[in-house]
Design a protein around this ligand. Structure first.
Ligand SMILES: Cc1cc2nc3c(=O)[nH]c(=O)nc-3n(C[C@H](O)[C@H](O)[C@H](O)COP(=O)(O)O)c2cc1C
Length: 153
């Protein structure tokens, strides 16, 4: 059994819903067990227990939410060599992919032992507080399945 964790930040719950859909997709491929933790709920040392680590957060002013960036800063002292990863964001309006691209750049710079195995996923919320746009939950599940399959290779 491979173990994965999704570390996320979420102000209004939309990114948390995306994390849950990604978890469902990962577990659907079989032989993957996925946990979900908000940044405040997990110590960086606990990352050592997992084969795959996913990071996600909302776009706040064209950047990944501050708490997810702080978590990655704290994780730099942990040896994540050989682990696989992926990233996702949620956004409003025309800002698809902007925060997740920055998140991926930061992961590559700061957690360089990790390999990102899928292009970052970006989910639209219709207004600042939500709800998630139609189709984003099945898209998130599909993204999870993609990462899950990479984990089993
Ligand atoms: C302070 C703040 C700044 C935001 N700035 C942007 C932005 O620049 N671009 C964007 O697409 N969405 C922006 N948003 C919308 C968030 O992306 C949206 O609230 C978020 O995806 C909802 O996810 P959550 O429910 O997990 O917090 C902003 C939201 C907040 C609260």
């Amino acid at each position: 059994m491979k173990k994965a964790i999704i570390v996320y930040e979420s102000l209004y719950g939309n990114t948390k819903r995306v994390a849950q859909a990604i978890k469902d997709g990962m577990e659907k491929v079989g032989n993957v067990e996925c946990s979900i933790k908000k940044t405040s709920e997990i110590h960086t040392n606990d990352l050592l227990r997992y084969d795959a680590i996913l990071f996600g957060g909302p776009n706040h002013n064209q950047e990944p939410a501050r708490n997810i960036l702080r978590f990655i800063d704290r994780a730099t002292i942990v040896d994540l060599n050989g682990k696989i990863g992926a990233a996702f964001d949620t956004y409003t309006g025309g800002n698809i992919g902007i925060a997740v691209a920055k998140l991926e750049t930061i992961i590559r710079e700061k957690l360089s032992g990790m390999e990102l195995v899928a292009n970052g996923f970006s989910a639209l919320v219709e207004d600042r507080r939500g709800p998630l746009a139609n189709e984003e939950i099945p898209r998130a599940t599909e993204f999870g399945a993609l990462v899950g399959r990479k984990l089993l290779i």
